[in-house]
Design a binder for this molecule. Sequence first.
Ligand SMILES: NC(=O)c1ccc[n+]([C@@H]2O[C@H](COP(=O)([O-])OP(=O)(O)OC[C@H]3O[C@@H](n4cnc5c(N)ncnc54)[C@H](O)[C@@H]3O)[C@@H](O)[C@H]2O)c1
Length: 357
Amino acid sequence: MDLSDIQHIGVIGAGTMGSGITQVCATSGYRVTMVDVSPEALDRARSNINRSLEKLRGKNRITEEQYQGALANIQTSLDMSDLCTAQVVIEAASENVDLKTGLFTQLSAIALPETILATNTSSISITQIAAATQRPDKVIGMHFMNPVPLMELIEIIRGLATSQETLDVIMALSKALGKTPVEAADYPGFIANRILIPMLNEAMYALMEGVGTVEAIDTVMKLGMNHPMGPLTLADFIGLDIVLNVLNVLHEGLGDPKYRPCPLLKKMVAAGYLGRKSGKGFYTYPACSAPPLCPLPTALRWWRGEILLQRAVCPPLSPLRRERGSDAQHRRGIGVKPGRSRYISVLPAYCAQCTSI
Ligand SMILES: NC(=O)c1ccc[n+]([C@@H]2O[C@H](COP(=O)([O-])OP(=O)(O)OC[C@H]3O[C@@H](n4cnc5c(N)ncnc54)[C@H](O)[C@@H]3O)[C@@H](O)[C@H]2O)c1
């Protein structure tokens, strides 16, 4: 197979990543079938994609023709057998090893023999996922960054059995999607998390050992290294439990004590200090004066001016401003994950009880 054979792409999962991947593939001219087990997720993904495309059209980043073409290219389905004509399937379902291996076993039976099966996993071994199929040579990691339409990078991960042909086709496809693919080997954390997360861990050790205060550590990295956000602020954004999970994956997977999670981090997670989402981490995020549940059925999340439906929490105005700052960081390629860290804010108009907004 080569790039010119690809016309139909399947996407599994209609969440944060699956909807972004669908949008990018459809805008690049591919027919896309997006599959999810949840009809609500498919509906939400469609309206998010519509809104995002309208915005891009409004800013002249895509033409009217591309806008219409992208919408026409997208189909949704609850039935994975609708992927039987796709030349490439990109899996972006929830991060769970049993779920993903089960999906790949199913896919391997449904898809055309030549179809390439890619996964967007952030931490699961590509080799392990590939072993669940009858075609490990055609399984590959395609680790998109969030938000997919805006972030240029895709980490491409070859499993032990992935063929050169599969790698070549996926590198070419990534470029056709307007992205820059970078090859990473199949080791825990690939490149992005292997480098980013230990840096955050080291900042926590520096804090624990009294090398500097929270503010001093963040200021040094911002002003001295030109990072858009200090490492402790970033850890709070990602969620300290997520940072701890990734460190455990690195520590267990690589067996090197240099990845051992900082005891201070473990203690904070045990105490329920999870960063922004819990109101306390290395910084304190003042509680909203509103009752525990916002009157909205869902809260509204912003990034780059786009509003995405999210769960109901009511942080105050200042975190909203900081959240927008984090988006700039995303665009610069520091791969924190807003989908997981729940960067949520509430529009004042919808949240009359939030006097702090
Ligand atoms: N969120 C990020 O920042 C980010 C970045 C890079 C990679 N990833 C990876 O992308 C993948 C998806 O992450 P996300 O943040 O989009 O998750 P999400 O929770 O937003 O979406 C997951 C979707 O998968 C669907 N799903 C679950 N089981 C399914 C099944 N059997 N068949 C079809 N769909 C199913 C769910 O209904 C949900 O809509 C994960 O592997 C994650 O590690 C996430």
